[in-house]
Design a protein around this ligand. Structure first.
Ligand SMILES: NC(=O)c1ccc[n+]([C@@H]2O[C@H](COP(=O)([O-])OP(=O)(O)OC[C@H]3O[C@@H](n4cnc5c(N)ncnc54)[C@H](O)[C@@H]3O)[C@@H](O)[C@H]2O)c1
Length: 264
């Protein structure tokens, strides 16, 4: 019960429904099992409802609402609904993020670039903006955003890489700015995970069979396996728990050692 009596928002709590477990759903389930009272948000309904169903089936309290985190009004409503339902907010876990293979600066599409920065960076800013006043007033809070090892790697994911690299620095700023209010802000640097969204994205782009994509991804980290959504959820749990009470401004890899491979 590492999150007993904590109220947490988890964004991106639905997932691509193609079998397997996504990071948002795994994190929501893990937080619920550890005692958190949850407000889940997602841009679309069916997969969000499925996450709620799974959590309620285990007997845990959970509310949910549709919210597009790139829209300021939705972020404001999400915070207001959380306070109305539960009276406060202790934890913001922002799982939303995505990218597509682009790969050549000379051919970048401006609309796709803007969408990626909006989703991965501006959404994180808007959510943070709207939870901070309440956390500051209570002099307590924990914000975790979800970044990627792509932010420090050279991969043909230019817009994604740049948006997540900016997110890392935004989180470090949040930690600096909000430490005096006893609000911790960290970022998870996720590696190659076996989640439906990731596998379907590469399958859709390359046409390669999913098994081949999985084999190639599993061979790359020093631990010689892909991570999974539960690995991401455990990282999120650690950062949200009191075990991390002196950790803020940290960029924490959950990547099977992939980040050690610079130059290899
Ligand atoms: N899967 C990986 O290999 C991997 C690697 C590195 C980082 N990440 C990061 O993990 C996070 C997502 O994990 P996942 O890939 O398992 O996906 P996921 O299964 O957690 O699904 C993401 C959810 O976010 C929702 N969403 C998308 N845009 C939204 C918006 N504007 N507002 C609200 N909800 C929105 C989607 O509908 C979906 O339900 C992202 O931040 C991603 O960048 C994933």
């Amino acid at each position: 019960m590492r999150l007993k009596d904590k109220v947490a928002i988890v964004t991106g709590a639905g997932q691509t429904e193609s079998g397997g477990m996504g990071n948002g759903r795994a994190t929501a389930i893990t937080f619920a099992r550890e005692g958190a009272t949850l407000m889940l948000a997602n841009r679309s309904r069916p997969s969000l409802d499925e996450t709620v169903r799974q959590i309620r089936a285990e007997g845990f309290p959970v509310e949910s609402m549709l919210a597009d985190i790139t829209k300021e009004e939705d972020c404001r409503r999400l915070m207001a609904a959380t306070e109305a339902a539960f009276g406060c907010i202790d934890i913001l876990h922002n799982n939303v993020g995505a990218g597509t293979v682009d790969g050549d600066t000379a051919e970048l599409d401006l609309a796709a670039w803007r969408h990626c920065l909006d989703l991965n960076l501006s959404g994180a800013m808007l959510l943070s903006k709207h939870v901070l006043p309440s956390m500051r007033a209570r002099k307590s809070g924990c914000i975790t955003h979800t970044s990627s090892i792509a932010s420090v790697a050279s991969l043909p994911l230019i817009a994604y890489k740049v948006s997540k690299a900016a997110l890392n620095e935004f989180c470090r700023w949040l930690a600096f700015e909000n430490g005096p209010y006893n609000i911790r802000c960290n970022v998870l640097l996720l590696g190659l995970l076996d989640t439906p969204t990731a596998i379907e994205m590469y399958h859709g782009t390359s046409g390669d069979p999913r098994d081949k994509i999985r084999r190639e991804r599993a061979a790359r980290p020093p631990l010689r396996r892909m991570g999974n959504a539960w690995d991401a959820a455990n990282g999120a749990l650690f950062l949200a728990s009191d075990a991390a009470c002196y950790i803020t401004g940290a960029v924490i890899p959950v990547d099977g050692g992939l980040g050690t491979k610079v130059g290899v």
